[in-house]
Design a protein around this ligand. Sequence first.
Ligand code: ATR
Length: 283
Amino acid sequence: MKTMPINGATRLYAIVGMPVTHSLSPVMQNAAFRSTGINGAYVPVPSEDIEKTVQGLRALGFGGASVTIPHKETVMACVDRLDPVAREIGAVNTLAFEQHPDTGEVVCVGYNTDWMGSNLALAKEIELKGSSALVLGAGGAAKAVAFGLLEAGASKVFLANRTLQKAVALAEELGSDFVSLADIDQVDADILINTTSVGMTPHIDNSLVPKEYLSRYAVVMDIVYAPLETRLLKEAKASGCRTVDGLAMLYYQGLAQFKIWTGVEPPVSVMRDALLQELERRQ
Ligand code: ATR
């Protein structure tokens, strides 16, 4: 594989979180730097203290960072400027250190590209405007996905979650609907999205949706990517649904980050192939 030399002009980018050892993002972002010829490198930065980490990145002249668990909410207090959508979602997964063109002052801006990731992945398969969806889960991922759907003009978004109260609270916050997991057979929607960890290795035989309910959905997406074809996706395919796997949201949110940092159109297939190769290597 072609390697990019690290030299005096290399701009650094980071993934900040705890843990970050298993993150797939470095492979994806470094492939994008190599392929576009942009002199950048993306490195893991384990962080217990997000405030100090952001100060450190700024002092070291980093160009930007991805932010992951457990800092997506707390990092909001460490930025100079918050993108309005990130503010509305209540989470930041992307930092950009941007230089003011006149004063030269560096400002740290917080964005959220998770919702863009799911929207871009789903929009490949279905027109989101006017569509309806059932979202399984009520955590951070569910919030980004449901927010994205509403932002894109979905007509109705139902949230279903093991702990119903969390789905009720999130539905109230987003102005969407909720349903108990036991009643999802009552829901009629175009899109089904699993944002929970159900089906993830080693529990690959688990799925929250009985297969006889799947044929009603045009598109089924799972954010779990290990395995790439979860039981839910396998059964959805067999039921005639179009499916979107868990890598799609990951690389589309990463594509959006690359664009924010470099202003350059990201190399879609290069980034996806890099992820696939890395997953294969790890198996
Ligand atoms: P994230 O921020 O990545 O979405 P999270 O906040 O931990 O992660 O949310 C995980 C989601 O998966 C939750 O909706 C959780 O349901 P609870 O709110 O009831 O905990 C859901 N989840 C995890 N394991 C599950 C299981 N075995 N069955 C059903 N739902 C599960």
